[in-house]
Design a protein around this ligand. Structure first.
Ligand code: ZN
Length: 88
């Protein structure tokens, strides 16, 4: 399961772990990936994009980025998770 996190919180966390990154640029990258994720862009394998991973690795899903089959308390942006829930 993914652990939901807001963009703001994730940006704070990301910049803490990557002090050379600028908050505004990280947030812009995340919002760009999120925009693609909610407007139909999918990973090359057909799965939904992992927005959090997409800030570094482009428009790919969790499995294609990490090589693991399913997330284990990995973060995903809350707005994207609620979008996916609506589709069910
Ligand atoms: Zn994939």
């Amino acid at each position: 399961m993914f652990e939901p996190i807001s963009i703001k919180k994730y940006v704070d966390l990301y910049v803490k772990n990557n002090p050379s990154e600028k908050k505004r640029e990280v947030e812009e990258r995340l919002r760009d990936v999120l925009h693609h994720a909610v407007t139909g862009t999918k990973c090359r394998c057909g799965n939904p994009i992992w927005v959090v991973g997409g800030a570094d690795a482009g428009f790919s899903c969790f499995t294609c980025i990490t090589g693991e089959s399913s997330p284990n308390e990995d973060y995903e942006i809350d707005e994207h998770l609620s979008y996916l829930n609506q589709l069910r």
